[in-house]
Design a protein around this ligand. Structure first.
Ligand SMILES: *Cc1c(COP(=O)(O)O)cnc(C)c1O
Length: 383
């Protein structure tokens, strides 16, 4: 057994971002500035999208996305029960009403047929989450959106490298939102970014993310003279700091190298677990690129002779940190109370949520770490 604890989701931090953060500290420009702008340019170039707005989290980005689309209070947004609470909270904080549709049991993503059934006269938007990094059925979802005149916000917290039929996730709907939280594929500690092809949505996202102040208000303290700013709308304080961007602008340069490393780990896990009585992630579909954010297995107590929660405990005892992505949204108390949601109404999500377990899948893992995970899983789950 390994002697140190393997923390789940540890980022790989390298010399260039350490030096860049130190340079920011020495320049004493910590807040939003040239590095945030440079990070936005690099992400926009990587994603092939004209506009990217750096923010202090993906949650903030999802909230702004719901705000800038100009929806009315009580308008309904259809999303997935197989997501992090931030997706739902963003909708609620924008004054909108979340409506859940069940997932496809294989892809674990929103099932377009379930989305169709969830549409009411008040539906105004769909908020798909590219779960684990696997692309949603965007052609079908965009067709539904077109037919019913709905906006589409892509939650790309897992999906920076995701591609769907030649298009990059986050550039297919009206807005896409990335996360650079410490466990995500590239990191800034806390951080997020909104992507869009629409210059007006980009401008409004930027304005609403900085108090509603007129564009480029962050430049007001520069050496080319004081400029007055105007306040155009009642906004939020969601801007990304240069300190965060100092990390991200180097991380984005390695996004493909890190993906390659996770592909090696993914492939090794797939081989090693072939004969175990568990469900491995579904194979990749033709024409799709998975971002390999989460390697999730399903542990069915009937089939495996051990429950998911017992496996979590067993791995923890063997010094392997794991994650659960996710117990379903209706399994969380507040949503049941507020919206009356019943987990049983989303049986595919419920099936996954009760069985899923995520193994470490970070570019930081050494070959030995990966073998330690495999040995621990094989020891805990009887063949
Ligand atoms: C991590 C995550 C978020 C929130 O990202 P933050 O940057 O931490 O705000 C939103 N949605 C999903 C699916 C996530 O995994």
């Amino acid at each position: 057994m390994r002697d140190s604890y393997l923390v789940f989701g540890q980022p790989l931090i390298e010399r260039p971002e350490i030096d860049e953060v130190v340079a920011s500290m020495q320049s004493a420009w910590l807040g939003t500035g040239p590095k945030a702008a440079e990070f936005e340019r690099r992400v926009a170039a990587y994603k092939g999208v004209p506009h990217a707005v750096g923010l202090n989290s993906c949650t903030a980005g999802l909230h702004l996305a719901c705000v800038v689309l100009g929806l009315e209070p009580g308008d309904e947004v259809i999303t997935t029960p197989m997501t992090f609470c931030a997706t739902i909270n963003a909708i609620v904080h924008a004054g909108l009403t979340p409506v859940l549709a069940d997932v496809d049991p294989r892809t674990m993503n929103l099932d377009p047929a379930a989305v169709r059934q969830a549409i009411t006269p008040r539906t105004r938007a769909i908020l798909p989450v590219h779960f684990a990094g696997r692309p949603c059925a965007m052609d079908e979802l965009m067709a539904i959106a077109e037919q019913h005149d709905l906006k589409v916000i892509e939650d790309c917290a897992h999906a920076i490298e995701t591609e769907y039929r030649g298009r990059k996730a986050g550039t297919i709907g009206d807005l896409g939102v990335l996360s650079f939280y410490s466990t995500k594929n590239i990191v800034t500690g806390e951080g997020g970014m909104v992507l869009t092809r629409d210059p007006d949505l980009a401008r409004r996202t930027k304005t609403m993310g900085l108090h509603g102040m007129s564009h480029d208000a962050w430049k007001r303290f520069r050496d080319d003279g004081y400029r007055h700013y105007d306040v155009e709308e009642i906004g939020f304080k969601y801007n990304m700091m240069d300190l965060q961007a100092a990390i991200g602008m180097h991380q984005i340069e390695r996004v493909e190298r890190y993906w390659q490393r996770r592909l090696e780990i993914w492939t090794r896990y797939n081989e090693a677990f072939e004969s175990l009585p568990i469900t491995r992630p579904a194979p990749f579909a033709e024409g799709e690129r998975h971002a390999l954010h989460l390697y999730t297995i399903l542990v069915d107590e009937q089939a495996a002779g051990i429950s998911r929660d017992q496996v979590l405990v067993g791995l923890h005892r063997r010094n392997i940190g794991t994650g659960v992505h996710y117990r379903t949204i209706p399994d969380m108390t507040v949503y049941r109370q507020r919206f009356g949601w019943d987990p049983a109404a989303y049986p595919n999500a419920k099936h996954i949520g009760d069985r899923t377990l995520s193994l470490p899948l970070s570019a930081k893992l050494t070959d030995q770490d990966v073998e330690d995970v495999i040995q621990a899983v094989q020891a805990v789950i009887p063949r």
